[in-house]
Write a protein that binds this ligand. Structure first.
Ligand code: RIB
Ligand code: CA
Length: 329
C-alpha cells in the first residue's frame, strides 16, 4: 500500500543548513512541500527570501510558494549569523540567482491560507519551523483557527542540555525568546503536538569530505552539487572533518521518525535571565516529590524533546535523496 506524501510547510532563515532542509523537503518523495515562509535570522529576511527561492529553483521546485515574513524579533533587535553562513547567508557560493519571485502575501497570510486549505481537505500539514519562531507566534495568536490544518509542529530549536548562541541558549530561541514562549503556549492551548529537534541531536547527522565531493561531482548546478558545496563551505568555515546537515535533520525526523528518541517533558522558555535568557528549560526530574516542593510547579507546556538520533541514518537519507537514490518525486 503506497502511503500518501506528508503535507509539509517549512519556516526558514536560509542559511546553509536551512538550504539542506529545503533540498530534502523539495526532493524526497515522502514529502509534499506545500509552502515555505521566511523570517529574519541567520541573514536579513530579504536575503533569506532570495536564498530560499534560489534553493527551491535549483531543486526544480519553483512551484512551491515562498513568502517574506517578519524582519525582526517581537522584542529583541535582529541578530545575524554571517560568521557561520557567509555574507550572503548561503556560503558565498556565487550561485545563480533564481528567476522565481516570492508570493505577494506576507508569510503569516501564506501560512494561514495553506493551513486553512489543509483543514478543508482534511490533510493537515506538519509545520516545520527551522528558524526564530516570530512568524509562527504571529500565526497562532492571530489566526488560532489554523490549528485545524496543523497535525503537528516539529521545530528545530532549543536544547535540553546545551547552548550555541550563548552558554544557555540555542540561536533560534535566543533570537526571539518571546516568540518561542508564545508559540509553545499557543500550541498547547490549541492542542497541537510539538516535537523539539534541538541541539541534543542537531549536530549528530554529519557529512564528510568524501560524501560532499560525491555530491559536488554530480555538477550541472543541480541540487546535489549545491548540497555538496554547502557542506564544503560549512566544513571549511567551522573547521573539522565533517559538516552537520543541521536543520535538515528535522525534515529527516518527519520522514523517518522511528530513529529519533524523544521524551515528553515539561518545558519553559527563560525570558528574564541575564545569562540564561532564551534557554529552553527542559524538566527531566523523575522524582515527583521534587515538583511538589517546587514553588515554580510543573511547567504547563509539555513537548516531545529529541534526546537521541541515528545521525548516520539521517545523513545517509539526506545524501541519497540529493543523489536521486530515494525514488522520485
Ligand atoms: O542553532 C541552530 C539554528 O540556528 C539552525 O536553524 C541554524 O540555521 C540557525 O538558524
Ligand atoms: Ca535555520
Amino acid at each position: 500500500m503506497t502511503t500518501e506524501p506528508i503535507p509539509v510547510v517549512l519556516d526558514v532563515d536560509t542559511g546553509v543548513d536551512d538550504a539542506c532542509a529545503l533540498l530534502l523537503a523539495a526532493l524526497h518523495p515522502a514529502v509534499d512541500l506545500r509552502a515555505v515562509s521566511c523570517v529574519g535570522g541567520n541573514a536579513p529576511v530579504d536575503d533569506v527570501v532570495r536564498n530560499t527561492l534560489l534553493v527551491l529553483e535549483t531543486a526544480g521546485r519553483a512551484d512551491v510558494p515562498v513568502a517574506r515574513g517578519a524582519e525582526r524579533p517581537l522584542l529583541e533587535p535582529p541578530l545575524h549569523a554571517r560568521h557561520v553562513h557567509g555574507e550572503d547567508g548561503l556560503g558565498d557560493l556565487g550561485w545563480p540567482a533564481a528567476e522565481t519571485t516570492p508570493d505577494p502575501r506576507h508569510a503569516v497570510e501564506l501560512l494561514r491560507d495553506v493551513c486553512r486549505a489543509a483543514a478543508g481537505e482534511s490533510r493537515p500539514v506538519t509545520l516545520v519551523p527551522l528558524a526564530p519562531l516570530t512568524n509562527i507566534a504571529l500565526l497562532l495568536r492571530t489566526h488560532p483557527d489554523v490549528a485545524a490544518g496543523i497535525s503537528e509542529i516539529v521545530f528545530m530549536g532549543g536544547a535540553a542540555h546545551v547552548g550555541n548562541a550563548t552558554a544557555s541558549a540555542e540561536f533560534n530561541i535566543f533570537h526571539d525568546p518571546e516568540a518561542a514562549a508564545i508559540t509553545l503556549d499557543a500550541a498547547a492551548d490549541l492542542g497541537i503536538p510539538v516535537t523539539m529537534y534541538g541541539l541534543d541531536v542537531f549536530y549528530q547527522p554529519v557529512v564528510g569530505k568524501a560524501e560532499a565531493a560525491e555530491l559536488v561531482a554530480v555538477g550541472g548546478r543541480g541540487p546535489a552539487e549545491l548540497g555538496g558545496r554547502l557542506m564544503d563551505f560549512q566544513r571549511q568555515r567551522l573547521g573539522g572533518e565533517v559538516a552537520t546537515i543541521g536543520d535538515a535533520g528535522a525534515v529527516c525526523a518527519v520522514i523517518d521518525r522511528g530513529v529519533l528518541r524523544t521524551e515528553t517533558l515539561p518545558l519553559r522558555v527563560e525570558l528574564a535571565g541575564t545569562w540564561s535568557r532564551g534557554r529552553t528549560i527542559v524538566d527531566r526530574r523523575d522524582w515527583s516529590g521534587a515538583i511538589k516542593h517546587d514553588p515554580h510547579g510543573e511547567a504547563p507546556v509539555r513537548v516531545d524533546v529529541a534526546l537521541g538520533v541515528d545521525g548516520e541514518r539521517y545523513a545517509r537519507l539526506w545524501v541519497d535523496t540529493l543523489l536521486g537514490r530515494v525514488g522520485t518525486r
